[in-house]
Design a protein around this ligand. Structure first.
Ligand code: 5AD
Ligand code: SF4
Length: 430
């Protein structure tokens, strides 16, 4: 019987893709994945500490599996990802049933670490990270994540990422292109280029140059990318989105706050006016573009007036969708030490107001699509037990459900939008 591994992933797309690499490494070592920790001889928690809630969720899951180790002392438990990097050996103090602690820059060491019977901790900075090719076991057959860079140099005052994922390192464009060519040969239609700040991608080409090269790969139909930092959004990138036909008309452009005072405290390096200028240019040059964003409610020193500026920003920009969060002080970050903490009650009140307003805007924007025909990349049945009900996304990244009795997974289809909801569109094939 082959060894079984259970992988539990928390956090962002970067972590989801790291888990695909972890699965690839383990498959090459003879492991098969299991959906249940009870059957596993190796349990991996790929963790996130962007906000306290994510961290708490992990520690409670880690506590829950403790009895499994008591029952089966040969079970190995590995903690990878951002909490591994942030907490290091402290995890072992809190949870002595953990065997291995491996930071996000060290997953290439997993292959050897899992062969060790003693406790292993791997947290070194890895300058070669962008040059290492790891096997990938992908969870999807149509859409693929592709790393183009690792780490972050921006040090936004609230954010742990520069501490957990280290400095920016760009992958060579040749290896990115050859990975995407192979994906196209195996039938993938869409790639999402991944980096904390894709606009600062730099190897022998810059980010728009990379988009040009990816746009030319036969078989790939759509190209997406996350995340863009507004301070680095260039005219060349806007032209690339407009000009390269496979690059989808969607940009995730985290604003964080509508108050320039708060943006300064966040160390975002742009003003609200700078942001609005860029949004104006995006909308002018690409009228159908969807813009989504992230907002933090209740950053230190945020007054009612600052909050109102965020509310006004949402009204003025009319994002297609946002992710909004209460500010969460993270150990080691500048913002965690700032004066003027906002109470939990006020954070919650502000967050609720932000979400309620954005819900209305999202619905209004989706409603505007009723009656239009949208190109959708079909991703397959919504659920295995609901045959004929297919799902996919528009170029603008809106989830679209439609009826179709022939399997058209992986194909671009035209769908007439009949009904718009807050989180999805309903349509029929044309
Ligand atoms: N508190 C709340 N939200 C945060 N984010 C990052 N760090 C924090 C924090 N300490 C949010 C930002 C970022 C998104 C990925 O998570 O909005 O864009
Ligand atoms: Fe992703 Fe940030 Fe969470 Fe790390 S801390 S997993 S980079 S969201």
């Amino acid at each position: 019987m082959p060894d079984k591994v259970y992988i539990h992933t928390f956090g962002c797309q970067m972590n989801v893709h790291d888990s695909e690499k972890i699965a690839g490494i383990l498959k090459a070592e003879g492991y098969v994945e299991t959906e249940s920790p009870q059957n596993a001889s190796l349990i991996i928690f790929n963790t996130c500490c962007i906000r306290q809630k994510a961290e708490q969720k992990f520690f409670s899951e880690l506590g829950r599996i403790k009895p499994l180790k008591k029952r089966n002392p040969s079970l190995k438990i590995a903690v990878t990802g951002c909490i591994a990097q942030q907490e290091g050996s402290r995890i072992l103090k809190r949870a002595p049933h953990v065997d291995y602690v491996i930071g996000p820059q060290n997953i290439n060491l997993l292959k050897n670490i899992i062969k060790s019977s003693s406790v292993q901790i791997a947290l070194e900075d890895n300058p070669l990270l962008a040059d290492i090719e790891l096997p990938v076991e992908r969870t999807d057959n149509v859409k693929a994540w592709v790393n183009i860079m690792y780490g972050c140099n921006n040090f936004c005052s609230y954010c742990v990422v520069p501490y957990t994922r280290g400095r920016e390192k760009s992958r060579a464009s040749d290896s990115i292109i050859s990975e995407i060519r192979k994906l196209a040969e195996t039938g993938y239609k869409e790639v999402t280029l991944l980096g904390q700040n894709v606009n600062s991608y730099k190897s022998n080409t810059d980010f728009p140059g990379l988009l040009k090269a990816v746009n030319e790969i036969d078989g790939i139909e759509r190209v997406r990318f996350v995340t863009s930092n507004p301070k680095d959004l260039s005219e060349e990138l806007i032209h690339a989105i407009r000009g390269f036909e496979k690059v989808c008309e969607h940009i995730h452009l985290p604003l964080q706050s509508g108050s320039t005072k708060i943006l300064r405290l966040m160390n975002r390096k742009y003003t609200y006016e700078d942001y609005i200028k860029k949004v104006g240019q995006l909308k002018r040059e690409i009228p159908c573009i969807a813009i989504t964003s992230d907002i933090i409610a209740g950053f230190p020193k945020e007054t009612d007036k600052d909050h109102l500026l965020t509310i006004n920003a949402l009204r003025e920009i009319e994002f297609d969708g946002i992710f909004a969060f209460k500010f969460s002080p993270r150990p080691g970050t500048k913002a965690a030490e700032m004066d003027g903490m906002v109470t939990e009650d006020i954070k919650l009140e502000r967050l609720s107001e932000i979400l309620a307003l954005q819900d209305k805007i999202t619905l209004k924007k989706n409603k505007a699509l009723e009656g239009t025909i949208q190109e959708v990349l079909s991703e397959g049945d919504i659920k295995a037990d609901l045959p004929g009900k297919m799902t996919g996304r528009t170029r603008t990244n809106k989830i679209t459900n439609f009826v179709c009795n022939n399997s058209n997974t992986g194909r671009l289809v035209n769908v007439k939008i009949i009904k718009a909801q807050k989180h999805s569109l309903e349509g029929e094939l044309v």
